[in-house]
Design a protein around this ligand. Structure first.
Ligand SMILES: [Zn+2]
Length: 122
């Protein structure tokens, strides 16, 4: 994997290092034999590609919902919100919440309307 054993970032010791498991993304970690410092030699970047960012921007301009964009681009909603914050495209409007009370009110109104219609046209 590595042409030569990675150097310790703390003491820059060239002595052999120990393999020390992997990090969350599966990249190998090491521990310095000299100072016991653990480190990832070549950490992966967690930035999204400029192409993906441009795609998310375009979809935001199309006023798609954040959840839909996250699903379509295989990214986290947090990532979509981060692009949103960066570009300043206004967030898509949220659906108003339907509570039990509003549903009950709608049902009552519908019943009253039906009764009124029946009274007019028996
Ligand atoms: Zn060291």
């Amino acid at each position: 994997m590595y042409a030569s054993a990675p150097h310790c970032p703390r003491c820059d010791d060239a002595r052999p290092v120990l393999y020390w498991g992997t990090n969350e993304s599966g990249t190998r970690r090491f521990r310095c034999k000299d100072c016991d410092q653990t480190f990832t030699a070549e950490p992966k970047s967690n930035r999204i590609s400029p192409e993906k960012e441009a795609l998310i921007q375009r979809l935001l301009e199309e006023r798609l919902s954040v959840a839909a964009i996250a699903r379509a681009t295989h990214s986290a909603k947090r990532t979509v919100y981060n692009v949103l914050k960066k570009t300043g495209v206004p967030a898509p409007p949220r659906k108003p919440r339907t509570t039990r009370a509003t549903r009950a009110t709608r049902a009552t109104r519908a019943t009253r309307a039906t009764r009124a219609t029946r009274a007019k046209h028996p």
